[in-house]
Design a binder for this molecule. Structure first.
Ligand SMILES: [Zn+2]
Length: 305
């Protein structure tokens, strides 16, 4: 995702923190959480929402820092999977196998591991703050906003799809028994999202107009990325999950698998560069709603007891 999309989504995660938690579900059973759990988490969520809003001025930097300052894109922003469907008889290229049929090739990024580890570090920072004032709330909230970057990236179909990375001529670590898609598609699709987000984010005061082009009216896709917390139907689309203390890594791996499945729909196996533009608007809505939901899921995993 591009910069303004990251800012926009972090803000939406904060905006929906309280209302979104009324639709909290258990990650394991997929059932709606008990009403006492929901009330407790909403109370906690309201405090976190207020806290994050206090540090609103760092959202732009923190949500973008992994791409800009840390620059750990190839290591931790992706989880490049392939399957027997897109690369038949290629399991020997698998470095890891997930759920029996999702392979990760060498150099395919460790996004779920990063989120799990970083989330643990952040909750430890909060424990240290309470014990000996070692970390400030300002530092901790910065990290909450920074982890949003990795969570958002896990929902981008190209980030969980090996077909986005065609092998160079002498690369022997990637399967060839299948089709990769054009390397310009990744940037193109992220730009479509950015162009849809910009007019809405400017109108809502989330980002400031800086360029001549920033003043353009919402486009066709803009309605798919628009989420308003005072709109009941929009609130119903947000569905965060309560993940167990030891369940975050698997939750993130499952999410990347789901993203890979979306990639298989968006970039058809037989002709992936001829991507599915009919499906794209509907899929955009689904992806953005899931991102807002999962920002809340990961934040409350760190924030709650
Ligand atoms: Zn990134």
């Amino acid at each position: 995702m591009k910069h303004n999309t990251h800012i926009y989504l972090a803000i939406k995660g904060i905006e929906f923190l309280y209302e979104g938690l009324s639709n909290l579900h258990y990650a394991k059973s997929k059932k709606k959480a008990a009403s006492t759990t929901i009330s407790k988490r909403r109370r906690e969520g309201k405090i976190l929402q207020r806290m994050l809003m206090n540090y609103r001025d760092v959202i732009s930097e923190a949500s973008w820092a992994p791409d800009d300052i840390l620059n750990d894109k190839s290591q931790y922003h992706t989880f490049k999977l392939f399957t027997e469907r897109d690369f038949p008889h290629s399991s020997s290229f698998a470095k890891e196998i997930h759920k029996n049929s999702y392979y990760r090739a060498s150099g395919g990024g460790g996004l779920p591991y990063k989120v799990d580890h970083l989330a643990r570090v952040i909750s430890d920072m909060d424990k240290l703050r309470r014990y000996n004032d070692r970390c400030s709330m300002k530092q901790i909230m910065y990290q909450y906003l920074m982890i949003s970057h990795y969570v958002v990236d896990a929902h981008v179909p190209m980030h969980c799809d090996l077909r986005d990375d065609p092998p160079s001529a002498n690369d022997t670590k990637k399967p060839r028994n299948g089709k990769y898609y054009s390397d310009s598609l990744h940037g193109h699709i992220e730009q479509l999202w950015e162009d849809a987000v910009n007019p809405i984010a400017i109108k809502e005061g989330i980002i400031e107009a800086k360029r001549k082009d920033d003043d353009c009216p919402p486009n066709e896709l803009s309605k798919q990325i628009r989420f308003n917390v005072t709109n009941n139907a929009h609130c119903d689309e947000i569905k965060p999950y309560l993940v167990s203390n030891d369940g975050l890594m698997n939750y993130m791996i499952d999410l990347c698998i789901q993203t890979k499945e979306r990639a298989l729909l968006l970039f058809p196996i037989n002709d992936p560069t001829n991507w599915n533009q009919q499906l794209f608007p509907e899929m955009t809505r689904e992806i953005f709603a899931q991102i807002i939901s999962n920002l809340i899921s990961v934040w409350i995993w760190m924030w709650g007891e």
